[in-house]
Design a protein around this ligand. Sequence first.
Ligand SMILES: [Zn+2]
Length: 305
Amino acid sequence: MANQCLACGASVTKIANAVVAPWITEISGQKDPQFTTLLNCDNCEFSFFEKRFSDNEMAAMYSGYRSDNYYAVRNSWEPWYRRTVNDAYSGESDHVDERVSFMTNILISAGLQECKTVVDFGGDEGQFFPEIDIQERIVIDVSNKTLRKNVSREPSLGVVKDKIDLIVAAHIAEHVNDPIDFFTNLISHLNSGSYLYVEVPMDRPSIKSHHGSEKYAEMLSRISTSSKRKFIAHDFASGIARQFGFSIPKRGVVKQSEHLNYYNLKSISMLLEKLGTTVLKTEATPNAKVGGLRLGRLGVLVVKN
Ligand SMILES: [Zn+2]
């Protein structure tokens, strides 16, 4: 499995040695640092960390999300980490408006001005629906957050199957262990002629060939097992470099955080078309910022064949 692309099945090349973010290791009750590799597909250009998260790690990362303990552990490893990044998307904010208008522009430019039923998969409070003519807005989410006006919630797609005109799946696919499984499930709930809008960040770290070497693997191991303070210093320098669009320094840290998967235009288009859709419109803004962080953004609208 490690030698095969998780999006297209072709062979992959190791481009970097990496370590799992220590806050994830700690919050999921593990002691020793976990090492992994960053792989890149020679065929479709999909990049991903070899390590997939266990159910235990997923639960620890996302169920305690926004809790005090979550911030305490995460901040102890990433002192620069602020609630701002998560809060950027809650409530009324410019970030919400900006994200909505990015998606809306893509839909409208593809001629999609109205939709009877739109489903936002993992859509939080329902603040992210596009500004087109919509009759019914449904969020698929297991939370019990207070919803926006004219938005309803269902626990799963199966409940609303057969009447969906558009599924929105924004900022989820970078978190999932199995991208093919994830998209196959979404597409299976669409009728022929219905739409899927996918949005992901474009935040693959820029690395040097050095990061793929044994020498770097050994150095990363030393940094990760020495002192916490030392690790944080190397990690901080790497984060700064990424922010300014530079590659990770030679003595920096290639780190696997919540994003396991890095898509680009080619890989996401190939994957969605392989699963029985046709790409109608794409838009990529590699330098887009969210809550002050450079994350980039890629939007893709497809129609089911
Ligand atoms: Zn591939």
